[in-house]
Write a protein that binds this ligand. Structure first.
Ligand code: TRP
Length: 325
């Protein structure tokens, strides 16, 4: 069973990124062959600074290693190191409809924020499909917000297979069941996101412990006083989901544990639990991030392993499409 996912090399990762994606990558190593890619080529589709990008790739790589990815047991690499990604993107672009890409909600959202909307941003979902299909992927663990991109990937794979003969595995989207959507602590009706308006609603993996506690203490709670989930209690429900996820217990058990307790005590307990959960990650990160040569070595080895698979798929694709093999 092959698992593939891509992660943006953008700055600081938050609790939502960690629980929704990174954590699944780590557990994926035990379930199958995990292939994880830091997507620098996706990052250049919006305005950016080259020197920041180079650093962000290292930040993200160090974070993934600190979280528990083991380069001996999975493939961890930088997208731009394996040229087959851009090559397959072109081949897939010729089986993808302009209309399909025009309907992508992320394209609409992102392009609304850019002065210059690049053609690369429009093709972003095709490059993502290439990432996934190159490795004959069975499962793609990635957040709910990527659903449309994964659907497109499946459609493109099926269309390609129908047109040119069976070439690609059609992948499945896997979304984590607990904490698939970590909400903003200040505004629990919106998703936790790097671009949040109020910084205190977003907990970063690398925040100091005191800052983490402060954010949880200041979390918005709802009317009533019971620690219980409910549609009318988005704040408390979110905190329950977070606590359950970092403690590895069911949300029901959390409600039982806090029967008769006040919101204030509960919020502190969640903050503490998150700090405990992140403690080893925060410690390992510092050591890993300090050694860029070692990070580069890990990425280079990963690229070699990834390329061995990618080259084979590209040969099949060229052959199926009547191009020179
Ligand atoms: N678009 C994804 C995101 O923003 C990142 C990504 C790129 C990805 N290629 C991928 C995710 C392939 C899964 C599979 O999160």
């Amino acid at each position: 069973m092959r698992i593939f996912s891509g992660i943006q090399p953008t700055g600081r990762k938050h609790l939502g990124n960690y629980l929704g994606a990174i954590r699944q990558y780590v557990s994926g190593q035990d379930r199958g062959e995990g292939i994880y890619c830091v997507v620098d080529l996706h990052a250049i589709t919006i305005a950016y600074k080259p020197e920041d990008l180079r650093k962000s790739v290292y930040d993200t790589t160090a974070m993934l290693l600190a979280a528990g990815l083991d380069p001996e047991r999975c493939i961890l690499f930088r997208q731009g190191d394996v040229r087959e990604h851009t090559e397959l993107c072109w081949h897939l672009a010729s089986v993808t409809a302009f209309g399909e890409l025009s309907r992508m909600t992320q394209f609409k959202d992102k392009s609304a924020k850019q002065d210059l909307v690049k053609a690369g941003l429009f093709l972003y979902p095709v490059l993502q499909a290439a990432d996934i299909l190159l490795y004959q992927t069975d499962e793609v663990p990635v957040g709910e917000d990527q659903r449309q991109h994964i659907e497109l990937t499946r459609d493109v794979a099926m269309r390609f297979n129908e047109t040119f003969g069976k070439t690609f595995v059609v992948p499945k989207h896997v979304i984590p069941t607990i904490a698939a959507r970590v909400m903003d602590l200040k505004d629990p009706t919106t998703k936790m996101s790097t671009s949040a308006r109020v910084p205190d609603g977003v907990v970063h993996v690398l925040d100091e412990e005191a800052a983490t506690l402060k954010k949880f203490k200041g979390a918005t709670t709802d009317s009533g006083s019971e620690v219980k989930r409910g549609d009318d209690k988005p704040g408390v429900s979110n905190l329950i989901e977070i606590y359950a996820a970092v403690r590895g217990v069911a949300p029901d058990a959390v409600e039982q544990e806090f029967v008769g307790k006040r919101y204030g005590d509960f919020k502190l307990a969640v903050g503490d639990a998150v700090n405990q959960y992140f403690k080893p990650v925060r410690e390992k990160y510092v050591t890993l991030r300090a050694d860029e040569a070692e990070l580069e070595r890990v990425l280079g080895k990963g690229a070699e392993k990834a390329r061995a698979i990618a080259v084979k798929t590209m040969q099949k694709v060229r052959d199926a499409m009547g191009l020179k093999v």
